[in-house]
Design a protein around this ligand. Structure first.
Ligand code: TPP
Ligand code: MG
Length: 696
C-alpha cells in the first residue's frame, strides 16, 4: 500500500490508485448518465472503501452470503455508487431468493450504466434483497448505523451460542458501517451508539466521513458537536485519520479496531467531498447532483484518467481485486466451510440449528407446549397470554431473542425460563435484550439482527410505535420477519390519559405494505396469532395487545380461534347461517360484539360476529372465502374498534357504520371511558338496529 497525500497526484502506474480512481470515475459516470445521484461522496470515500475491502473485509465475492462474512453497511445510502462500484469491481455474484449463489454477477457494468433506471440492480439507494452484496437497505440516514449494531449483537450472540472449544472462530465476524454528517446528526445514531458502547460491541466499527458538508452547505450551519468526545462518552474507542487518501493511516486505524477487544471503534476520517473535482471539491453542489460533463472531464484529468472514456475499467483492475479481497475472501470462506464439516461431525444438533436459522426455517417441534386457555369470563389480558406463548415458543426456538425498550414488565416480553439469561457485554449468550428507552434504535437493531438471521422481537407500548416507525417501515421494505409486540393498545389504558392512548397507530401500521398487523381478541387468538407470526419468512408482524383483561371466549359455543390464520373468521353466526347484520371487530371489541350479538339474538335479530384480527391476512384470502365471511349482499354492517375509524369503510362499505375513535382519548378509569366514547353493548346494538332500519 502506498500513501497518497491530498495534494499528491495519483500515480497512474500504481494499481491501488488505479482501482481507487476506477471507483471514482464509475461513480461519476453513472450519476452523470442518470442525470441524478450523489457523485461527491463516492469520489471522496473511494480510498477508504478500497482500503477496507481490499485489505481487511473478510468477504467472498463468490459467496456473498457466507454466514461468517464481515458485514459492510453503507449508512450514507446516498453514496450508493460507491457500493455498486465495489460490488461490480470485486465481481460479487448474484444470489437467488432461496439462498443459492447464481453464476451471474450481482452488478454487471450494464447495471451501473443504468443506475437509477427501472429494474436496474443499481437503484438510487442500496436495497437489500434486490442487489446481492447489499447487506441492508439504507437511505434514511442513521438507520444503517443502528442496523450495524443489531448485526454486531447477533454476531456476539451467535458466537456465544454456537462456538465451542476448538471452534472459537465459527462466528467471529466484524461489522463495519460507513456514515456521514447526516447519520451523526440523526437521533437514532446517538441511541444506537449509546447502546453499542454500553454493550461493549468490539466487533463493531463505524467510519465517520467528516467532510463538513451536507445539502445546505457547511456543517457549521447546524452541527457543532465534538463527535470524538461524544463517542468517548458513549464508551467507544475513537481514532482519527486526517486524510481520506492516506492508505497507511487508514490501515493503521483498521488494525487498531481489530486489536480493540472491549469497545466498539469509531474512525473519524477527514475527507474532501468530490475530491479531485477542481470546481466542486468541498462544496455542497457535489453532494446530490451530477458534476456536469465539463467538471467530469476535469476531474478525470486530475486523476490522470482518459477524459473521454466512460465507465472505463483499466486493465488489471478486476485482477487486482481478485488477487486481494477475492483471494482472501475465498480462502477464508472455504476454510470456514471445511471447519463447519468438522463442527457438524462433532455437534450435529447445533449444526442443524445453525443451518435452519440461516435458512429462516423453524426447528422440529417449534410449537410444542403452547398454552391453551380455558374459557374465563373474567379473562386474561392479551399481553399476559402473549408472554406465556412467547416463552413457550422461545424454549423451542433457541434463536428467538429480543426484548423491550424498558417496558418488558409491562409488555410481558421477558423470557423467564431457565437458561434464557440476559444479553450483557459479559454474557452475550443471553436472550433477553435490554434496549433501554430507545424505541427507534430498537427497531433498527431488530432489523440488523434479522439480517443476520436471528429471529428478533422487540416491544413497547403501541403509542410509542411512532418512535420506531421509520425502522418498522424498513423491516417491511426489506421483507424481514421482525416481530413487534405492541401492548397498551387503546384507550383501554385508562388513567394514563391521551398521551398514552393510541388512536391513529393501528391504522397507520396497517398502511405499511407487507407488515402483518394482528390484534387478537382473546388469549387463544393470541396463541394462534403467534403461530402465524412464527411461520412468516419475509414479513414483519406487529402484535397489538391489551393491557386490560379480556374474557377468554367460550370456544365450544363460538368458532375456534384457528380462524386467526385467515385474518378474519365468523365467530358467532345467525342460526341459519344467513345473517341480516354483520358486526366486525378486532381485539378488545370482539367480546363487546359478542355481547351485542347475544342481545340481538334474544330479540330475534340475525347477526353475525366476525373477528378480524388481521386485515392483511384476510385480504390475502381467496375472494370466495372473503365473500363467505362478509357476504356482499349483507350491507348492514357495523365495525367496532377502539382506534381511529380510518380505513374501516372498505369493510363496512359506504353505508355501514364504524364505532371508533374520532378524537384523542382522556384520562379516566376505563369504565368511564367506554361510556364516554361509545364502546358499550347498547351502542353496538343501537348501531346494528339503525343499519337494519336503513336497509328496510
Ligand atoms: C432521515 C433522512 N433525512 C434526510 C435525508 C435527505 N438527505 C440525504 S443526504 C443528506 C445530507 C447528508 O449529509 P452527509 O451525511 O454529510 O452526506 P455527504 O453530503 O457528506 O455525503 C440529506 C439531508 C435522508 N436521506 N434521510
Ligand atoms: Mg457530510
Amino acid at each position: 500500500m502506498r500513501g497518497q497525500g491530498t495534494n499528491a497526484m495519483p500515480d497512474k502506474h500504481d494499481l491501488d490508485a488505479t482501482c481507487i480512481n476506477t471507483i471514482r470515475t464509475l461513480s461519476m459516470d453513472a450519476v452523470q448518465a442518470a442525470n441524478s445521484g450523489h457523485p461527491g461522496t463516492p469520489m471522496a470515500l473511494a480510498p477508504v472503501a478500497y482500503c477496507l475491502w481490499q485489505h481487511f473485509l473478510r468477504f467472498d465475492p463468490q459467496d456473498p452470503i457466507w454466514p461468517n462474512r464481515d458485514r459492510f453497511v453503507l449508512s450514507a445510502g446516498h453514496a450508493s455508487m460507491l457500493l455498486y462500484s465495489l460490488l461490480h469491481l470485486t465481481g460479487v455474484k448474484a444470489v437467488s431468493k432461496d439462498y443459492e449463489t447464481l453464476g451471474e454477477p450481482s452488478v454487471p457494468l450494464e447495471a451501473i450504466k443504468r443506475f437509477r433506471q427501472l429494474d436496474s440492480r443499481c437503484p438510487g439507494h442500496p436495497e437489500y434483497r434486490w442487489t446481492s452484496g447489499v447487506e441492508t437497505t439504507t437511505g434514511p440516514l442513521g438507520q444503517g448505523l443502528a442496523n450495524s449494531v443489531g448485526m454486531a449483537v447477533a454476531g456476539r450472540w451467535m458466537a456465544a451460542y454456537f462456538n465451542r472449544p476448538g471452534f472459537e472462530d465459527l462466528f467471529d465476524f466484524h461489522v463495519y458501517a460507513l456514515c456521514g454528517d447526516g447519520c451523526m446528526m440523526e437521533g437514532i445514531s446517538a441511541e444506537a451508539a449509546s447502546l453499542a458502547g454500553h454493550l461493549g460491541l468490539s466487533n463493531l466499527c463505524w467510519i465517520y466521513d467528516n467532510n463538513h458538508i451536507t445539502i445546505e452547505g457547511n456543517t457549521q450551519l447546524a452541527f457543532g458537536d465534538d463527535v470524538a468526545t461524544r463517542f468517548v462518552g458513549h464508551g467507544w474507542n475513537v481514532t482519527r485519520v486526517g486524510d481520506a487518501n492516506d492508505q497507511e493511516m487508514l490501515a493503521r486505524a483498521f488494525r487498531t479496531f481489530l486489536k480493540t477487544r472491549d469497545r466498539p471503534t469509531l474512525i473519524i476520517v477527514d475527507s474532501h467531498i468530490a475530491y479531485g473535482a477542481p470546481n466542486k471539491q468541498d462544496t455542497s453542489a457535489a453532494h446530490g447532483e451530477p458534476l456536469g460533463e465539463p467538471e467530469v472531464r476535469l476531474s478525470k484529468r486530475t486523476y490522470g484518467w482518459p477524459e473521454d472514456a466512460k465507465f472505463h475499467v483499466p486493465d488489471g483492475v478486476y485482477a487486482h481485486f481478485r488477487d486481494g479481497i477475492g483471494k482472501r475472501g475465498k480462502d477464508l470462506r472455504d476454510a470456514w466451510f471445511a471447519r463447519v464439516q468438522e463442527y457438524r461431525a462433532k455437534y450435529p444438533e447445533l449444526a442443524d440449528q445453525c443451518y435452519r436459522m440461516m435458512h429462516r426455517q423453524l426447528p422440529e417441534g417449534w410449537d410444542k407446549g403452547l398454552p391453551a386457555f380455558p374459557p374465563d369470563a373474567k379473562g386474561v389480558a392479551t399481553r399476559d397470554a402473549s408472554g406465556k406463548v412467547l416463552n413457550a415458543l422461545a424454549k423451542n426456538v433457541p434463536w428467538l431473542m429480543g426484548g423491550s425498550a424498558d417496558l418488558a414488565p409491562s409488555c410481558k416480553t421477558r423470557l423467564t425460563f431457565e437458561g434464557a439469561g440476559d444479553f450483557f457485554a459479559d454474557s452475550p449468550g443471553g436472550r433477553n435484550l435490554h434496549f433501554g428507552i430507545r424505541e427507534h434504535a430498537m427497531a433498527a437493531v431488530l432489523n440488523g439482527m434479522a439480517l443476520v438471521k436471528v429471529r428478533a422481537f422487540g416491544s413497547t407500548f403501541l403509542i410509542f410505535s411512532d418512535y420506531a416507525k421509520p425502522a418498522i417501515r424498513l423491516s417491511a421494505l426489506m421483507e424481514l420477519p421482525v416481530i413487534y409486540v405492541f401492548t397498551h393498545d387503546s384507550i383501554g389504558v385508562g388513567e394514563d390519559g391521551p398521551t398514552h392512548q393510541p388512536i391513529e397507530q393501528v391504522a397507520s401500521l396497517r398502511t405499511i405494505p407487507g407488515l402483518i398487523v394482528l390484534r387478537p381478541a382473546d388469549a387463544n387468538e393470541v396463541a394462534e396469532a403467534w403461530k402465524v407470526v412464527m411461520q412468516l419468512h419475509h414479513q414483519p408482524a406487529a402484535l397489538v395487545l391489551t393491557r386490560q383483561a379480556l374474557p377468554v371466549i367460550e370456544r365450544s359455543k363460538y368458532a375456534p380461534a384457528s380462524g386467526v390464520a385467515r385474518g378474519a373468521y365468523v365467530l358467532a353466526d345467525a342460526p341459519d347461517g344467513k345473517p341480516d347484520v354483520l358486526l366486525l371487530a378486532t381485539g378488545s371489541e370482539v367480546a363487546l360484539c359478542l355481547e351485542a350479538y347475544e342481545r340481538l339474538k334474544a330479540e330475534g335479530v340475525k347477526a353475525r360476529v366476525v373477528s378480524m384480527p388481521s386485515w392483511e391476512l384476510f385480504d390475502d384470502q381467496p375472494q370466495e372465502y372473503r365473500d363467505r365471511v362478509l357476504p356482499p349482499a349483507v350491507t348492514a354492517r357495523v365495525s367496532v374498534e377502539q382506534a381511529s375509524t380510518f380505513g374501516w369503510a372498505r369493510y363496512v362499505g359506504a353505508t355501514g357504520h364504524s364505532i371508533g375513535m374520532r378524537s384523542f382519548g382522556a384520562s379516566a378509569p376505563l369504565k368511564d371511558l367506554v361510556k364516554k366514547f361509545g364502546f358499550t353493548a347498547e351502542q353496538v346494538v343501537a348501531a346494528a338496529r339503525e343499519q337494519l332500519g336503513r336497509r328496510q
